[in-house]
Design a protein around this ligand. Structure first.
Ligand SMILES: Cc1cc2nc3c(=O)[nH]c(=O)nc-3n(C[C@H](O)[C@H](O)[C@H](O)COP(=O)(O)OP(=O)(O)OC[C@H]3O[C@@H](n4cnc5c(N)ncnc54)[C@H](O)[C@@H]3O)c2cc1C
Length: 407
């Protein structure tokens, strides 16, 4: 009898888990259940090209124009799963349907952290996680004159960049003393800050929101530092929370994410999990990553393993962000205690910084330096010893360092 593999969640992790499971075991019956109404799609364009109109949503479909059916996977849309019965090996849905599984993959991703004074669904207030959110924000951005973005993280700043491209006056409130404090060093963050200011974004640091008012003209008043800022629109970029509800209710081990081993297996041997929702073994202990490449690659490994393989997931993580003409990329594992950043001067509007651990390159972060980041990835993955003095010397090509022997 063919193996029944059920995948919950139609993001990149779930989609690649389903496709990879079917490839691994073509005789398996693979079904993907998603709450959304459409074929699975990529999220990165939602804060960028989808808002500015430069990208078409249809181009962002993960499984391409033929959809998941083209891979032999059954897709059940608008199917929100409400419970897992591990003894009976069934999953029930909000609509009252029940699905039987031999092996289950959870890829429920994460949801936007809500700020209580600005709940999801409040008029003129937007969170950005789904295509429905992006299309509703795009419609309102086209009519708006003033946007307030709460939170200067990657998504908040990408929305600010898109809004300025559309000519909307934009104010960004950030409670921390600098932007992107979680993902960049000071100098890289400062370069991105400068570019926003050059595009007339009003970035207010050390500025927390202390209240919200409904103004007589219908706009939202955001109270910050004793001032009320009138906004046609508010976008909140306050981070994401792992969607562990289903897993936790089923008694699976969760700790700020579903805990999995290096094969993507949860505390139940018949249940795997992948993507934004998991904490998995990284080089410095259990870790959660919220980036596209991790979701895709982890999903693929969990899917193969759900179909009988025994692959280990050992990624070199990476992320990117696009704001104006700046293409930010990070690769590697930043050390647990951030040490000194090594700055390598680059020409034009490019920059790159490195972090090392002994004679190993462990992390690189760059703006507009795609070739250098690709070389850094190889140096990291191949564990090639590097000389710190050469890393900061632009006369010493990074590619030459690849010739050294791995340690
Ligand atoms: C606006 C935006 C821009 C981004 N830009 C970048 C970028 O530039 N670069 C980058 O590296 N990363 C980016 N990311 C992050 C990246 O998209 C995520 O890390 C990735 O989508 C995570 O994939 P996932 O499959 O784990 O989860 P998700 O993509 O969150 O998918 C989870 C899916 O599960 C479904 N689901 C949840 N619960 C249930 C349930 N109970 N029943 C059925 N279905 C359920 C959800 O509806 C959703 O479809 C961006 C994210 C967003 C939101």
């Amino acid at each position: 009898m063919s193996r029944k593999i059920l995948v919950i969640g139609g993001g990149p992790a779930g989609t690649w888990a389903a496709i990879s499971a079917k490839k691994q075991d073509p005789t398996a019956e693979v079904t993907l259940l998603t709450s959304e109404h459409c074929e699975p799609y990529e999220k990165p364009p939602l804060s960028k090209g989808v808002l500015t109109g430069k990208a078409k949503f249809d181009d962002a479909l993960i499984a391409g124009p033929k959809g998941l059916a083209g891979y032999g996977v059954v897709l059940e849309r608008e199917t929100h799963c409400t419970a897992i019965d591990r003894r009976a090996r069934t999953v029930t849905t909000r609509g009252g349907k029940s699905y039987v599984y031999d092996v289950l993959v959870l890829a429920t991703g994460s949801f936007a952290r809500e700020l209580p004074p600005l709940p999801l669904g409040m008029p003129r207030v937007h969170y950005l996680r789904t295509e429905a959110h992006a299309h509703s924000l795009k419609r309102e951005l086209e009519q708006a004159k003033t946007l307030v973005v709460v939170g200067a993280g990657l998504i908040g700043l990408e929305v600010a960049s898109s809004a300025r491209t559309l000519g909307v006056k934009t104010i960004v409130l950030e409670v921390a003393p600098r932007i992107l404090a979680r993902v960049t060093d000071e100098e890289t963050g400062a370069r991105i800050h400068k570019r926003h200011v050059e595009h007339d974004v009003d970035i207010r640091l050390n500025t927390g929101m202390s209240g919200v008012e409904k103004l007589p003209d219908g706009r939202v008043g955001i109270v910050a530092n004793g001032e009320t800022i009138a906004a046609d629109l508010v976008v909140i970029g306050a981070g994401a929370i792992a969607d562990t509800q289903l897993a936790a209710a089923a008694g699976l081990a969760c700790d700020n994410g579903i805990v999995v081993d290096e094969h993507g297996r949860t505390s139940d041997p018949d249940i795997f999990a992948a993507g934004d929702v998991v904490r998995f073994p990284g080089p410095h202990g259990l870790v959660r990553l919220e980036d596209w490449r991790h979701a895709q690659d982890h999903g693929a490994v969990a899917g193969k393993n759900a179909a009988g393989a025994s692959e280990v997931y050992k990624p070199t993580p990476s992320f990117w962000s696009e704001q104006y003409d700046l293409y930010l990329q990070g690769v590697g594992w930043a050390p647990p205690k951030p040490g000194q950043y090594l700055h390598r001067p680059l020409a034009g509007n490019a920059s790159i910084v490195f972090q090392t651990d002994g004679n190993q390159l462990v992390y690189a972060l760059a703006i507009n330096a795609q070739r250098d980041i690709a070389t850094a990835r190889r140096l990291i993955e191949r564990k090639i010893p590097v000389d710190a003095a050469a890393l900061v010397d632009p006369a010493k090509p990074l590619a030459d360092m690849l010739k050294a022997k791995a340690s």
